[in-house]
Design a protein around this ligand. Sequence first.
Ligand SMILES: NC(=O)c1ccc[n+]([C@@H]2O[C@H](COP(=O)([O-])OP(=O)(O)OC[C@H]3O[C@@H](n4cnc5c(N)ncnc54)[C@H](OP(=O)(O)O)[C@@H]3O)[C@@H](O)[C@H]2O)c1
Length: 247
Amino acid sequence: MNFDFKDQTAIITGGTRGIGRAVSEAFLAAGARVVATYRGDDQAAEEFVSANRVHAERLSLEKFDVGNYAEVEAFFRDRQENGGPFQVLVHSSGVRKDAVVGLMKEDDWNHVIQTNLTGTFNVCKLAVQSLMRERYGRIVVVTSPIGRFGFAGQSNYAASKAGQVAFARSLSKEVATRGITVNCVSPGFIETDFIADLPENQKKAYLGMVPMKRFGQACEVAHAALFLASRESAYITGSVQEVTGGL
Ligand SMILES: NC(=O)c1ccc[n+]([C@@H]2O[C@H](COP(=O)([O-])OP(=O)(O)OC[C@H]3O[C@@H](n4cnc5c(N)ncnc54)[C@H](OP(=O)(O)O)[C@@H]3O)[C@@H](O)[C@H]2O)c1
């Protein structure tokens, strides 16, 4: 299937690195205008823009913290006043800060919940207000199967990811008659900076759990996001598409 997004604008949070970057690049390749957002890594953002300079006229960057409501609100207000409508939101930004529960710092719990779960509320709330006016929209939230399985040392991350699915399913029901779909993509182990810091023995153990015996590539997640964000996926909402190599 060849998706055509030539008449559309896609906002991709966490769109400068890892899975989000691959999603941004997939939308650029499909003809969309892309607004890629990030938190603070200017060097990675500049490298991403430079690698995609052939699409420069359709690519812009925005920097804000998804966990900060005022910053998210300012971004969407500015879009409404100066940027024109958008049709697609792929919410990919996310963090992890691992520790077993007995040793987890309160700050690490709060940071992960604030960024991953409250960030999802902040971004989706402001996005859906715009999409409702257009009576059309596609929201794709990047979650994780760890929200379903649970993983030792990742209770904060797992809780935030399970919460994202519950949030997305609830939102999908609220906007179902407005031409707006809300779905999740749930990647397994994907080769990005996100898992680069894991100890080798842990990576080996994770690899052993994957029936395909390989980690996924970010572009393999991006293709699923593109599918769910297409006009053709009009009757798919409240779903979770796993991209896990069979995990
Ligand atoms: N990689 C995996 O194996 C895997 C598996 C399952 C699910 N996921 C999920 O996939 C999503 C993307 O992961 P990834 O592997 O692409 O991670 P990544 O390579 O670490 O990239 C994370 C992106 O999110 C942005 N970000 C982080 N905190 C933010 C904040 N508070 N406000 C705004 N932007 C923020 C980062 O911006 P900066 O560059 O400025 O830091 C970066 O662009 C996450 O939600 C993660 O939970 C990943």
